[in-house]
Design a protein around this ligand. Structure first.
Ligand code: FES
Length: 152
């Protein structure tokens, strides 16, 4: 979602201009845009009378705040021991090529986040990839291609 004056106004009107509302307002911004856009941070800090440096300090301190846009779909490739032994690393490399993105990043069109995790607790089903919280057990690059195609 793009940052619009109306969307920001809807968030800001919930809070009186007081610095104690900084975290709540940023949580609302993230719920709306999936990350903290710089324009939104400017508007929140100005409205609450908080220095911009403090706003960014808070946003970077709490891991729950995202400072970059997220993809519409989240792909997590398991690289725990069992999945690694069954080709998890090759799946990551294949996805990096397929999506033209490095692990830990979001595709340019904001369709996908690609990340790795260390064991999702389904080792018997290795290699496992989790796509939008749905486990893809005993998966392969061919199967993942179909999953991605269905999501597009
Ligand atoms: S190592 Fe992948 S699920 Fe455990």
């Amino acid at each position: 979602m793009s940052v619009t004056f109306k969307a920001l106004e809807n968030i800001l009107e919930r809070y009186p201009p007081n610095s104690e509302h900084l975290i709540s307002a940023l949580q609302d911004v993230q719920a709306k845009f999936n990350y903290i856009p710089p324009e939104a941070m400017n508007a929140v800090c100005e409205h609450l009378g908080v220095p911009l440096s403090r706003g960014w300090a808070v946003a970077t301190f709490f891991k729950s705040f995202r400072l970059n846009p997220r993809g519409m779909h989240e792909i997590k490739v398991c690289l725990g021991t069992a999945c690694h032994l069954k080709g998890g690393a090759r799946l990551v490399e294949g996805l990096e090529r397929e999506l033209n993105v490095c692990r830990g990043h979001t595709t340019k069109d904001l369709s996908f986040d690609l990340d790795t995790v260390n064991c999702v607790g389904a080792c018997a089903l290795a290699p496992v990839v989790v796509v939008d919280d749905h486990y893809q057990p005993n998966t392969s690059h061919r199967k993942l291609r179909k999953v991605l195609k269905d999501l597009k």
